[in-house]
Every structure is written in C-alpha cells, then in structure tokens.
Ligand binder design. Sequence first.
Ligand code: NAP
Length: 256
Amino acid sequence: MTKLTDKIVLITGASAGIGEATARAFAREGAKLILVARREEKLATLAKELEEKHQTETLVIPLNLREFKQVEVSLKNLPVDWREVDILVNNAGLVRGLQKLYTMDSEDWHEVIDVNVKALIAVTNSIVPGMVERGEGHIINLGSIAGRESYPNGAVYCATKFAVRAISRGLKMDLNETPIRVTSIDPGLVETEFSVVRFKGDKEKAKAPYQGITALRGEDIADAIVWSASRPAHVNISEMLIFPTAQASSTQVHRE
Ligand code: NAP
C-alpha cells in the first residue's frame, strides 16, 4: 500500500461532482489538498468542512482553467510548502449540448476543447516537471467511456476524451524511465452537475440521462481514484472503465 497521509494532492474541478467527492475521499486518508476550480466559495466551504472533519490542510486556488497563462503562472509558483505535489488529479471537464457536431455553437466547442484538453495539458506541464525532478508522483486523468466509443450528438466531447486517453497513454510512455505513475479513470454515467452544465442549467433536461437507472455517484469514482493512488509503488493502474450496472456501452443503458 502507498500511504496517503500528508501526500499533497492537487484536484482540478474540486468544486462539484467527482472532484469534490475525490477531495473528501483523499481527506479521509489524511492527504493535504490543493483545490482548483472557478467557484471560490464552493471550494472555501469544502475546505472548511474538511478541516473541521479531518483537520485537512487545504490550499484553495480559484482559477478559470481556460486562462492557460494564468494556470501556468499559478501552478508553477505554488507556495513553497505546497510545491511538491505527489498526486495530480486532472478532473475538471465538461460537455455542452447534445447535438450534431455541425450544428454546435463555436463558443461551446471551443470551451469543451479548452477545458478538457488544453487545460489538462497546461496543468500537467506545470506540475509534472517537479515530479520528474523529485522522482515520484502520480497523474490521474479523468477520461470517459466517451474516450473509447463515440456516441451520436457527442462528437466533440468524445474527441476530447479520445484525446485524454491518448495523453494518458503517451504520458506514461514519456515517463516510463521514471517511477511516476499515470492512470486513466473512465466512467460511464455519473450523476453530478455534468448534465446540468451540458444543458446550461435546464434541470428537467438534465435529469433524462439518469432516469430509470441507478447511476454512479461521484463517490464511486472517488473510491476508484483513491484505490489507484494507494496501490504499492510498483503497481500502476493504467486504466479503469467503470459503468453503472445498468450500462453496457455509451449507447446501451437498461432503464426500468
Ligand atoms: P461536474 O459536476 O460538472 O464538475 C465539473 C468540475 O469542473 C467543476 O468543479 C467545475 O468547477 C470544473 N470546471 C469546469 N470548467 C472549468 C473551468 N473553465 N475552469 C476551472 N474549472 C472548471 O462534472 P463531473 O461529472 O464531476 O465531471 C468531472 C470529470 O469527469 C470531467 O472530466 C468529465 O468529463 C468526467 N466524466 C464525467 C462523467 C459523468 O457522467 N458525470 C462521465 C465520464 C467522465 P467550476 O464550475 O467551479 O469552475
């Protein structure tokens, strides 16, 4: 087992869903957390909760990950006590709309590609050089079943998650002469704010993907992330595909 006590874990997208659940799960293990997202208040509330429950030390960094320069400046200049990031969870991500690629608004596809791919690279490039220097670290990327099979009306999102898969595999190769681990966690349907963001706040539309099934919860994915991080140093969980029991593929979901 790799002990997680006092490990520094940086989580992007920690203000909601899988990222928030992951912060709670690492806090239970005694880790120190760097929490990144745009909504500072949500991060501050989470940090307070974790400090009260587990005496967790946290560093809140409000950032719009689309501002790539700012991302690099902030993450390359972390306060001295927070510089040695042990585990990077590249979790922030989103989808916009459920529609044919050629009908998509360009602002939407730019946003999805910016956050899911370019920001992930910017964050990785800011943090991984330190890991290489120290000869230890673990990068955990949130992929998706959408990175393994495209589905109708989701081409751009799927493209970004195919890219994440390529990045996870390529990064592992780039780091193979080091002890640094790379993991891709690829969920199916998880009930978070993801669908609400997809439909720009339309809560009725957002419920549809989860109707008639017991979807995964953020906690289920957090569990897999923490499990991967806590394997012994010689074990690299390369990828994990996690579905709700009622889901068999991107498009096959059994609804009661
Ligand atoms: P969520 O509940 O909507 O959370 C997304 C997180 O990303 C939020 O904390 C959000 O924070 C952050 N984020 C989005 N845009 C950002 C930006 N420009 N700058 C900084 N942070 C930003 O979604 P989730 O389901 O937890 O998704 C987490 C990851 O899992 C994503 O990569 C997603 O693609 C992947 N995934 C989700 C599912 C699913 O069914 N839910 C399935 C497979 C994979 P702020 O809004 O505060 O900035």
